[in-house]
Each structure stands twice: as structure tokens, then as C-alpha cells.
Design a protein around this ligand. Structure first.
Ligand SMILES: [Zn+2]
Length: 264
């Protein structure tokens, strides 16, 4: 079985010393492919080094809203220029999106929106799917997606934790929802109701490793093997099995990201 982690950051420096055992534990439960998520230019370089060394690493490059918030105008502009040629062998563009949680002041919003729109435009021009990071900004992100338009290949809403109503608005735009460790905590009936309403063909399973660990790994690094635990919760909510959920997620990712088309 070749299961796929729909979203992780294995090129993150925190992972380096633990990568080999982490990959071994992933393989032991059938997780052999890893969709990376890009954060900033340094991270893209580390992703390339990782993919040169290990099989099954799918490249995704983008400028994460958290990076955008801390960058100067000149840095943001030069990173955007650098992003375009990187996309040649990427399976998607991301993470891009909006993060309006209170620790990022409203002053950062226009900058976040400008970089989000610029990246959406790049994805449209290259017909690449997008990987979206949206926190406390769903109405605004949905409005921008509607106004500007998505690439015809759609994309993923990563770490989805919102309501059924929000889920349905993303689905109506043709997006696929990706769920992870938050679900394992079983603390949000709102999220569980949303997951129950998503057609299986439009749902994928992610770890977001090394972030968002399930409760049993609190305070430790998260890892791709935990997608089995996420899938078990999805299976319970949707009357399925963890294996069937992971198999369908892999089918969805292969189609959405055209994983069989090139190297990777
Ligand atoms: Zn991420």
C-alpha cells in the first residue's frame, strides 16, 4: 500500500535529526509518499535537498502567510520573483493564504492579501493547484478566491478545522479539504459535522508534521505516521475504515496533484 501524507514539512530544520526513524515509522504503516509544503525561499532549497536524497517527496513551493508577515516589501518582491522559476517541477503552489489570528495585526492584512493574490495569479498562469493556509480569514479568502479565480486544477485547503457551512463554500469552488491532528483530539463536533458532509473524493488526510501533533505526542514533533490516527477518526465519523480512508485520500491526491505525471 502507498499511502500519502497530504501536507508536511519534512525539510523543517527541527525534523533533521529525527528524519530517518520518522520515515521508517511512516513506511511501517504504509505511508510512502509525502506532499511537502513550502514556506519561504530557504525552505524551498531544503526541500530540494530532501527530495534529492529520499524518494516519494513531492515538491510544493510558496510563501507562507507567517513568512509574509515578517518580510520587508523588498524581501517579498524578490521572493515572488524567485518563486516563479521554482514552480517548474512543483506539484502545487503553497502554502499561500491568509492568517488573521490576533497575533498578526490588521496592519499586516493588506500585505498578506497582496501576496496571496500574486500567488493565486501565478498558479492560474501555470495551471497549478494551490495549497491554502487560511486561519480566521475564511470569508475574506473565499471572497478573493471568487473574485480572482482559482487555477482550473483547484487545490487543497490545508488543516481544515472550520464549520460545515464554510466547508461547503470551499467545495463549491472546486477545492478539496485536508484534515489532520486537530481531529484526533475529538473536541470539535463542529469540525466532525463538517467532515461528515464532505464527499470522500474531496477529502484528504495530512499530518502537517512537525506541527499540529495529535494529543498523545503533545510537546513532541508530529510525524507522517500519525495520518493513520487521523484516518481512524474520519473512518469513525463516516462509517468507513482507516485503510479505506487513506486509500481514497491517496487516489484523490494522485488525481489532484497529477502525481503520476512526472518524477517524484
Ligand atoms: Zn503546513
Amino acid at each position: 500500500m502507498r499511502f500519502i501524507d497530504a501536507h508536511c514539512h519534512l525539510a523543517d530544520p527541527r525534523v533533521e535529526s529525527q528524519l530517518e526513524p520518522m520515515l521508517a515509522r511512516a513506511r511501517a504503516v504504509g505511508v510512502n509518499e509525502f506532499v511537502q509544503a513550502g514556506v519561504d525561499p530557504e525552505d524551498w532549497r531544503r526541500q530540494r535537498a530532501l527530495a534529492a536524497r529520499y524518494g516519494g517527496m513531492h515538491l510544493v513551493f510558496g510563501l507562507h502567510p507567517w513568512w509574509v508577515v515578517g518580510a520587508s516589501d523588498a524581501e517579498a518582491e524578490s521572493a515572488l520573483c524567485e518563486l516563479a522559476p521554482q514552480l517548474v517541477d512543483a506539484v502545487a503552489l503553497g502554502e499561500t493564504g491568509l492568517d488573521f489570528q490576533p497575533r498578526f495585526s490588521a496592519e499586516t492584512w493588506p500585505r498578506q492579501e497582496a501576496l496571496f493574490r500574486a500567488q493565486l495569479s501565478m498558479a492560474r498562469a501555470r495551471e497549478l493547484p494551490v495549497v491554502l493556509h487560511v486561519v480566521r480569514a475564511h470569508d475574506r479568502a473565499l471572497q478573493i478566491l471568487r473574485d480572482d479565480g482559482l487555477s482550473p486544477r483547484g487545490g487543497l485547503v490545508h488543516a481544515f478545522t472550520a464549520s460545515r457551512e464554510i466547508a461547503e463554500r470551499y467545495l463549491a469552488l472546486g477545492l478539496t479539504l485536508s484534515v489532520g491532528g486537530r481531529l484526533v483530539a475529538r473536541r470539535s463536533t463542529k469540525l466532525e459535522r463538517a467532515v461528515a458532509a464532505v464527499p470522500p473524493q474531496r477529502l484528504v488526510i495530512e499530518s502537517d508534521a512537525p506541527d499540529q501533533p495529535p494529543p498523545r505526542l503533545r510537546g513532541q514533533l508530529n510525524e507522517p505516521a500519525t495520518i493513520v490516527e487521523v484516518a481512524a477518526v474520519v473512518a469513525e465519523i463516516t462509517c468507513s475504515t482507516a485503510e479505506a480512508v487513506l486509500r481514497q485520500s491517496a487516489i484523490n491526491l494522485r488525481r489532484l496533484l497529477a502525481l503520476d505525471r512526472g518524477a517524484g
